[in-house]
Design a protein around this ligand. Structure first.
Ligand SMILES: Nc1nc2c(c(=O)[nH]1)N[C@H]1C(S)=C(S)[C@@H](COP(=O)(O)O)O[C@H]1N2
Ligand SMILES: [Mo]
Length: 512
């Protein structure tokens, strides 16, 4: 009797899975390299992207809360573990019922193929790598387990067969994993765009932004007024940043307009550009969280482009779409009321980093990113809230997303601090309304007014600090801000969904 052991069977399943993905990723890599593929031929990426689109809001919220901006890495690792478990399970099933195992394997292949075929921009040939990969996997599984799953009539040199499952399976699994890596490298993902970005020149503007030194208070541990690009938070639904070539980029304006308009990069860069300081914030930010960043953006006001297209009177929304099919619904009036709502090409003087939307994104002061800040922008549809909705709206988030006034204590953090003179400092934001007052309370004492830093623009956040003679013991510090219209932040606690968190940030300190 030479039935495969459980370990051998699981290994055979893993080898089949690895060979499927290895073959598929190599072919997908070659396919992406050979032609301008608009879809997602990589089954791994297609499944991950589809998973993100199908994720219910509570799970997405949990993922961001648990992993923060590493949620994508967590997803890829999690997907790898689940796939490995499924493949091992198929191997175990194959010990007893090879036919059934092959059928389940093929079914998983159908799921992958479906994911590839339903991604935005997908074409039928995009599915070929996955189909070929699945066929390879089926052959591997059958070959590895055929000899050890059929009960032989006569005694077989089972040691030999077994060794061949272990050695062959192990080797094939390793080859498959290498194939996955090779496929990602072969696809050249990022190469063309890296070169295009290096050659991209952010236009100079007549009135560059200068940030007064007084916008920062320089308290150690306090947020810095301007956020460098490499520490700017990143939130989006893309597992790898979409690659958009500026040479072929086009932006179309259509829908409820008198004239459809389309511009290319040369035309965009020819327009009179402006620089503006705008703080971006994510609706998923919890009270006290750090999903916010402030940059100098270079761009052309969206209102200028919309003016060329001439929106019809019944329009009240602009649905912006990214190259990967993500959408945001922005109120038309916010794009045309004169504020610095930009088609941005520059971030802190550099071309947009790939993960922040290269070559063009929207930046709108006063709205959360999910309803305004479309990265990898390619399409603007002038429409109505009654007729269209952005990506997050059917997923349980509000159609409109004005930023709620927020304030955060950066220092001291929760925990132990030396008693005596202490500086309490942080940041507050109410984009496009500005911050007029920040107050801090120790335990249940009186509210004390903090010293505000300079506010170069109401579209960005404002730093604050307060000197505090800290007495020994345990204390709770609370902060609240008042915006430029005189409205004070509500104490009412709300979670991020559906339209942004609210409540006062507190820290618990122990002074000794
Ligand atoms: N194409 C695309 N643009 C997008 C998103 C996205 O998922 N896809 N997410 C939005 C959200 S929710 C936020 S908060 C901002 C974040 O911009 P950042 O990653 O540059 O900080 O981008 C917005 N633009
Ligand atoms: Mo967001």
């Amino acid at each position: 009797m030479s039935r495969a052991s459980r370990g051998e069977a699981a290994l055979a399943g893993l080898a089949a899975g690895a060979m499927t993905l290895g073959a598929a990723e190599v072919l997908a890599g070659l396919w992406s390299r050979a032609s301008t593929v608009e879809g997602t031929p990589s089954p791994l990426l297609a499944v991950a992207d589809s998973f993100i689109d199908l994720t219910p809001p509570w799970l997405k919220d949990l993922a961001v809360a648990t992993f923060g901006t590493a949620d994508k890495v967590a997803l890829v690792v999690g997907m790898g573990l689940v796939l490995a478990a499924v493949c091992a399970g198929i191997g175990l099933l194959a010990r007893r019922r090879l036919g059934a195992a092959l059928a389940v394997f093929a079914l998983v292949g159908v799921v992958g193929t479906t994911a590839v075929l339903t991604r935005p921009g997908a074409a039928v040939p995009d599915a070929l790598p996955t189909v070929v990969g699945v066929v390879v996997g089926l052959l591997v599984l059958r070959r590895l387990l055929r000899d050890v799953t059929t009960t032989p009539e006569v005694e077989m040199p089972s040691d030999l067969t077994r060794r061949s499952v272990l050695v062959g399976g192990g080797a094939l699994a390793a080859v498959g994993l290498l194939g996955i890596l090779a496929g990602r490298v072969l696809s050249g993902a990022g190469d063309a765009v890296r070169a295009a970005r290096a050659a991209f020149v952010v236009p100079r503007v007549p009135a560059p932004v200068t940030i007064p030194a007084a916008a920062d208070q320089g308290v150690p541990g306090q947020t810095s007024y301007r956020t460098p690009n490499d520490s700017f938070y990143r939130i989006d639904t893309a597992v790898v940043a979409p690659q958009v070539d500026p040479a072929t980029w086009r932006l179309r304006v259509h829908g409820l307009v008198e004239h459809e308009v389309e511009i290319d990069m040369a035309e965009l860069l020819d327009q009179p550009m402006v620089e503006a300081l705008v703080t971006l914030t994510c609706v998923s930010n919890y009270v006290g969280g750090n999903l916010a960043g402030n940059a100098v953006w270079t761009g052309w006001p969206v209102r200028e482009l919309l003016a060329r297209a001439r929106p019809l009177p019944e329009a009240d929304m602009v649905l912006s779409t990214s190259v990967d099919g993500w959408t945001a619904g922005t109120p038309l009036d916010v794009l045309t009321d004169g504020r610095n709502s930009l088609l941005a090409v520059g971030m802190n003087g550099e071309p947009l980093p790939p993960q922040h939307g290269f070559p063009v994104r929207m930046v709108v002061p006063g709205l959360y990113g999910y309803v305004s800040a479309t990265k990898w922008l390619v399409d603007l549809k002038v429409t109505r809230f009654a007729d269209d909705e952005g990506y997050w709206t059917p997923r349980g988030w509000s159609a409109r997303g004005p930023v709620k006034t927020a304030s955060r204590i950066d220092v001291p953090g929760n925990g132990r601090v030396d008693a005596g003179p202490t500086v309490v400092a942080g940041v507050a934001w109410a984009q496009h309304r500005g911050i007029s007052r920040v107050e801090v309370r120790v335990d249940d004492g009186e509210w004390q007014e903090a010293t505000l830093a300079a506010e170069p623009t109401v579209d960005a956040w404002r730093m604050w600090m307060l000197e505090w003679d800290a007495q020994p013991g345990e204390h709770r510090l609370t902060v609240r801000a008042t915006d430029g219209t005189g409205e004070t932040q509500t104490e009412q606690l709300a979670p991020p969904a559906p339209d942004g968190s609210s409540g006062w940030h507190t820290v618990e300190v122990e002074l000794a």
